[in-house]
Design a protein around this ligand. Structure first.
Ligand SMILES: [Zn+2]
Length: 484
């Protein structure tokens, strides 16, 4: 048992053994786990953590000391990076050919509403706007739908080279929905932070605090006394302005007393700052700090951006939803020049379209060009850092992932350099940020498990994932009773 993996897999594997012949896999691995999640898991056991060495790749370590290694090897054992460098000695160890491949740390998303993944086909065309549609669809979803939708989002993420996601879960109608997301995360083997949020119902009751009892239950059942394994936990806040001070102060105090980092949408739009200036409110309340992640900040004033920098608060930017919802142009270069910890996020594929970090990096670079009117302010290499090491820093796990540094966990991807859309290969940062697409992702390794190889997902049946998501999507649409 790998101590990095806080969520015990023993019970899961035992359940697989019992139910395997039925094609079902219980998700209730933890004996204390509520039985309500038992029927959700249906993905087979994850592949074991093998020992292997990637040979002759162009290794982009994102480690300041190691730099790029044009003909390098990466040795993986027991889910960890044993060695990274040229001509490694590893006799008898299984070899993976890395020639015509860039090896780099897996991409890290820092804000992803997994629950809505199945609805990307209907939102944001004509009158089917995101917020009204999801306000109807969300409450009509069952925990099973939440599982199927989250699993679709994760499968796409893994296929695209994302090895860590931040599940910003804000359709938690009851605890069973939190369990559903966590089941999907565990069944797929992705690294994640799960941030326990709220529901549409709670959004209409600003005087009511979040369900503290269930948050404590989830923390106890899924995370035990530790919060630093393959999956970690945080708290997703409705926040100042949408809830009165006594409510958001109590929620933030609760989260901090349980060691949960806090995430909060803030400064998303001009409409928001007509109602309130959330960043300023939180600053005056002395609530900002390095355990807080603010999402968006496109409409933050210069004073608010200074408040973010002063308090060492983190910022997650989602360029696709920023532009698709006409929220505003991100102040990336300005925030970076102030020393703010920034990272990149999917937000929701329902609006953004895809869980594609290549596309996110590309659009982020170009939006910053438009904001600054200076193509030199932020360069592709810096964008690549935001999508890897900075994402890990934002989530507080840079001691474990984010760079290919010996001793860290083995989260890495291989990207082909000999495809039509990227050849001939010369500059890795340009290839990855300006040219590559998910279909160039050859191999994905998460915590030492090979989850994609030679372009094929190994642990997930993509057809089954899509079929179940479609089934849930159609059932939830019918229950929602709308035209969509
Ligand atoms: Zn969001």
């Amino acid at each position: 048992m790998n101590q990095q993996n806080t969520i015990s897999r023993r019970g899961f594997l035992e359940a697989v053994a019992v139910l395997g012949s039925l094609g079902l896999a219980s998700c209730a691995s933890n004996e204390r786990q509520s039985s309500r999640s038992a029927a959700l898991g249906r993905t087979g056991p994850l592949p074991p953590r093998r020992e292997f060495v990637v040979r002759n790749a162009y290794v982009v370590t994102m480690d300041a000391k190691l730099g790029d290694i044009p003909r390098g090897d990466v040795h993986v054992r027991n889910g960890a990076l044993i060695a990274v460098g040229p001509n490694l000695t590893a006799p008898g160890v299984e070899q993976i050919d890395g020639s015509n491949r860039i090896a780099l740390p897996g991409f890290v998303d820092t804000h992803f509403h997994l629950w809505g993944s199945f609805a990307r086909g209907i939102v944001a065309d004509g009158e089917f706007d995101y917020f009204p549609v999801m306000s109807r669809l969300g409450p009509a979803m069952s925990p099973d739908d939440a599982y199927n939708s989250a699993r679709l989002g994760i499968a796409e993420a893994i296929n695209s080279g994302l090895t860590t996601i931040h599940d910003w879960s804000h359709n938690i109608i009851s605890g069973a929905y939190a369990d559903a997301d966590l089941c999907a995360i565990r069944d797929t083997g992705i690294r994640a932070r799960f941030s326990y949020g709220y529901s549409r119902n709670l959004q209409t009751k600003p005087e009511q605090t979040a369900d503290f009892a269930d948050i404590a239950r989830v923390k106890g059942e899924w995370f035990g006394s530790s919060n630093d394994g393959l999956t970690t936990m945080g708290f997703a806040s409705r926040g100042a302005g949408d809830t009165p001070p006594k409510v958001y102060r109590a929620e933030w105090e609760f989260a901090r007393s349980h060691g949960l980092p806090i995430t909060q949408h803030a400064g998303r739009s001009l409409a928001e700052i007509k109602r309130f200036r959330r960043i300023e409110m939180l600053y005056k309340d002395k609530l900002l700090g390095p355990d807080v992640q603010l999402i968006h900040t496109y409409s933050a004033s210069p004073e608010e951006r200074a408040m973010i920098a002063e308090t060492k608060t983190h910022v997650s930017i989602a360029p696709f939803t920023a532009s698709r919802l006409a929220s505003g142009l991100p102040y990336l270069g300005d925030l970076l020049s102030k020393g703010v910890q920034c990272s990149l996020s999917v937000d929701t594929t329902t609006v953004g379209g895809n869980a594609d970090m290549f596309g996110i990096m590309r659009l982020m670079l170009q939006l910053n060009h438009l904001r600054s009117m200076n193509v030199m302010e932020v360069q592709p290499r810096r964008i690549l850092e935001l999508a890897t090491l900075d994402g890990a820093k934002d989530l507080g796990i840079a001691d474990r992932i984010g760079s290919l540094s010996p001793g860290k966990r083995a989260d890495l991807i291989l990207v082909r350099t000999d495809d039509l859309n990227v050849a001939p290969f010369f500059n890795p940062a340009l290839l990855l940020v300006q040219q590559a697409q998910p279909y160039n992702v050859d191999t994905v390794v998460i915590d030492g498990r090979i989850l994609k190889h030679k372009g094929e997902l190994l642990a997930l049946d993509a057809q089954e994932v899509m079929h179940k998501a479609a089934e849930s999507f159609n059932a939830a649409r019918k229950r929602a009773g709308g035209p969509y």
